[in-house]
Design a protein around this ligand. Structure first.
Ligand code: DQA
Length: 145
């Protein structure tokens, strides 16, 4: 069974309380539980990770070539700013999917540009917590093709 890494960037630990009009009221813990269930359905093992620091996210991305089949990442605000995260994603040849809970293309101008998406196979955004489940289905197709 292949293992995937699901990485969550800054402030996503506050889901459930934070800007519910954009992100809904589901907590990150609940999303993690949903991801485990969906991964089981697609014969994937799942490791779920959240951190507020750019360096910690990069360290985790760098571990993907050691034992993981692919990576799903919600880089949160670093999506729009981090060339370092882009470079870390580019350094791995494993399947990569970027996700967002909200539709970043329907929000403020500064959110409409994703720097990190230049390194991924595809982007899923705007489906609320379901963006995670859709990304797991999509990555299973890339991993078990
Ligand atoms: C987000 C969108 C980002 O613009 C924002 O900074 C986030 C969450 C999303 O999941 O919709 O923190 O990545």
């Amino acid at each position: 069974m292949k293992k995937i890494l699901i990485i969550n960037g800054p402030n996503l630990n506050l889901l459930g309380d934070r800007e519910k009009n954009f992100y809904g009221d589901t907590t990150l813990e609940k999303i993690q539980n949903i991801c485990q269930t969906v991964c089981n359905k697609y014969q994937l093992e799942c490791e779920f990770f959240q951190n507020n620091n750019e360096g910690a996210l990069i360290d985790k991305i760098q571990s993907v070539d050691k034992g993981y089949g692919g990576i799903i990442i919600n880089p949160a605000a670093y999506t729009h700013t981090s060339i370092a995260i882009l470079d870390a994603l580019r350094a791995t040849s494993k399947p990569k999917i970027e996700i967002h809970i909200s539709n970043i293309y329907a929000r403020e101008d500064y959110r409409r540009k994703s720097i990190t998406s230049e390194a991924v196979n595809g982007v899923i955004c705007g489906f609320g917590e379901n963006s995670y489940s859709l990304a797991i289905e999509a990555i299973s197709k890339l991993i078990y093709k």
